[in-house]
Design a protein around this ligand. Sequence first.
Ligand code: ATP
Length: 577
Amino acid sequence: MIRFLLKLVESNDPELLRRALSWLYGFVRPQRRPILALLGLSLCASLLVLAQPWLTKTLIDDGLLAKDFPMLVKVAVAMILVGILGTLLAGLNRYLHTRLSGRILFALRDDLYRHLQQLSPTFFGRRRIGDLLSRLDGDVAEIQRFAVDSLFSAVSSVIGLLGAIGLMLMLSWQLSLLLALLIPIEVVWLRWMRRKVERDVRQLRERSADVSSFLVETLPAMKFIQAAGQQQREARRLENLGQGYMSQLLKLQVTEFFTHAVPGTLTSLSRACAFLIGGYWVVQGTWQLGALIAFSTYLGMAVGPVQSLLGLYVALQRMTVSLGRVMELQQEPVQVSQPAAPRALPEGRGELRFEDVHFAHEQRAEAVLRGVSALIPAGRKVAISGASGVGKSTLIDLLQRFYDPEQGRVLLDGVDLRELDLFALRRRIAVVSQDIVLFRGSLADNLAYSAPEASREALLRVAQLARLDGLIESLPQGLDSQLGERGQQLSGGQKQRIAIARALLQDPLILVLDEATSQVDEATEREMILAIDQLFAERTRILISHRPSTLAQAELSFRLEAGQLRQLDSEAMNHGH
Ligand SMILES: Nc1ncnc2c1ncn2[C@@H]1O[C@H](COP(=O)(O)OP(=O)(O)OP(=O)(O)O)[C@@H](O)[C@H]1O
């Protein structure tokens, strides 16, 4: 099957297409039995459809024209039964078909989403969310439509075509020669139009991704846009994007119109020919009226499948475009993955060692970390300072294995992070960073995000440690109050305190506060850090801040400068930075 499809599609990269098709086949394969059952049903439905014109012919020639009333009644009853059975089968087919295609669609999307879940922040930084959305949504649906719908459409078309041709030959082989003229012309035409359709479809998908990207970017930033007074500009941008989409859509409509119009016109012409020639024979008395009517119906029925088979050819191109876009995501390499034989976290207390760590972000000329070597002893409170953009957060990203060092290693209690169980590692390193993620849901849900099993008491305790009691009291339903989209109704400091409480609940081995208290007043910050120190006296704590008062509380101080981490002696600490 895959080899057959590969032959049909001319691709610039047959190897990629082969991989894409076998990826796709992986989702169709588990559904073999429902597919076979449905194919059986489709076969019955197609045969019933083929039976109708033959019954009409019998009704006219053997009943009406032969003036045989009992025959007329028999054929009429048969027609009613065939009609009812056909309707029932169509309904059942539709239901089972929707169920099958839904299953395949969700399996495809789940697989893709799981893959995206393993990709690095660099990938998400590079990609527009709207574009990802349109690939996960529109393109995946397009593939699923093809994988399921086209299969059935192909089968019923082939049966319809062969059945119709067979019956036409039985009625009149001479008139059937019309098909020998009609079908090749259609095939040549549709093959020629194929490339244009493919190109237009890809462009349309890209225009549609532009619109979703625009909405995804601007809706959350509405307050900023209003404050900057740029509503007009954004409205105009949407208008332009809409026009871009519209003109591409119209272009595709025109291309598709011509793709179908030529075969459609040819069909009407050949049916007219059949009526002229066949009609002449009926008038001459060499052919029966019922046979002529049945023939012309079969001619229409034969051309339909040819069109839909060739339409499938166009749909196949469309699907290849979508498959290409989806495969781009599916093939995106996972930079950081779970080791083949992950080691459990060592029993130590959280000693960190950086050994000659080098790291450069993708597409940046200069490395941010150029030989970082440092020992962060277990159970200590350590400050890391450094100019903005020098790479402090990047260092923490390496600690959580969002990236791996290009050279050198990071060790936790003497074990290279790359050997450890990735999930256990991330679970035991809690990082409160500058970007705080809050989901729609209650305050309690948000606090317990990384530790969903946490008890109510534990939630209240961490909330108190993070000085959230005031906020909880002021909310109408306390811990169970809804936070709203991305916590927009909260102050910056409140969001930071929620993030800290959430990290505490994770019971980390290493707690990193990366500018985590920058929006909290100094007195509250001191209280919180004191509370954390009491709770985690034995754990490693890393504070990253630009605020001297925060840094002054640390037992050890490091400064990141020129890609290297330097330990400051206490004198340097006292003189500030
Ligand atoms: N995903 C990324 N892709 C490319 N470059 C990046 C990426 N993330 C960060 N950088 C770059 O790496 C450098 C270090 O960034 P990082 O966020 O680690 O700095 P920082 O010291 O934490 O800064 P700040 O104190 O302002 O938070 C910056 O020049 C930044 O532009």
